[in-house]
Design a protein around this ligand. Sequence first.
Ligand SMILES: Nc1ncnc2c1ncn2[C@@H]1O[C@H](COP(=O)(O)OP(=O)(O)OP(=O)(O)O)[C@@H](O)[C@H]1O
Ligand SMILES: [Mg+2]
Length: 353
Amino acid sequence: MSFLEIRGIVKDFDDTKVLQGLDLDVEEKDILVLLGPSGCGKTTLLRIIAGLLDPDSGSMTLDGKNLLEVPVEDRGIGFVFQKYALFPHMNVEENITFGLKVRKVGKDEIKKRLDDVLELVELKGYEKRKVSELSGGQQQRVALARALIIKPKLMLLDEPLSNLDAKLRTSVRVNIVRILKKLGITAIMVTHDQVEAMTMGDKVVLMNEGKISQEGRPKDIYFDPDNLFVAEFLGSPKINVLKVESGCMNGINVGKEMLSKWTGLDERAIPDGTFYLGVRPEYIAPADDGIKGKIEHVEISGADTNVHMELLGSGCVMRVSSGSVEYSEGNDVAVAFRSGSCYLFDSSGKRIR
Ligand SMILES: Nc1ncnc2c1ncn2[C@@H]1O[C@H](COP(=O)(O)OP(=O)(O)OP(=O)(O)O)[C@@H](O)[C@H]1O
Ligand SMILES: [Mg+2]
């Protein structure tokens, strides 16, 4: 049995179907990262786990106990909200200890725990500061400390880093992982940030339309997607998807022999009818005798350069190291897919190869 076991959760808001029979397992001490398009039900799921919202049906157990029978305040779940909702008129100490006071924890115990969490989030000396007088990153750490001080069995983090600038995000991200791992706290974290998902998660879960589309270790999700939705959701720039219809691409006849040469797949492995060929930008490289295309746009993003091309009538992106070769808009280009790097999806988007 998993530490947190969620089975068949259904939740509708009037006529909006949000969660449609969702199952999820979270192992003890793991950080599970929840990803998915806006509106797919991530926050709704966290609110149900925390007890702020009741599901229409389904079951949940935490550490073997039926969660739905446990009142919110006894669930032992810490929550850092999407908008972290600190009390602006209270100081740091008052914000952090509020939950313990509500739970009638003794003064000495509160003092001790406060000292511990302030040290963890590196906010010693800020106790009396009003939160409105803190930077975004400091406020974020107060929100984290407020959730940690109750010694949660499970921590729910709903896009906790979304308000931070890029530099601060990286350092706070490292800090959160360090703290959760040090305390051995199981956590579910929602993020829109791919890098965050790949670097923070022991497990990544991708949600789509109220259901789990795929779950697994970050690298498995990235390198071994079950379907087109997952393949397209992860990766920046996005995976290139080329539609093939009875050996044609955008009306250009390419044939199985050519497709086999490009993908490195045996001719017999190339399906008849309609399918999609997926190849990530980092697996396309210039090759003199390769597929001919035209450069439409060049985007230098520091160490890497994204070369946007027209290839066989479709838009396609190749990612190369900056500075290696000069790429210019309007020039001809010839490229090849790195051997073994192509995915095939059937017409419904299911991975077949
Ligand atoms: N209290 C509510 N009443 C009615 N509809 C709601 C309510 N809360 C959420 N919804 C709807 O449920 C769906 C899922 O919302 P939810 O907040 O869980 O999405 P999300 O995955 O967290 O999205 P985001 O990434 O934008 O935060 C949305 O269509 C939303 O409009
Ligand atoms: Mg949300």
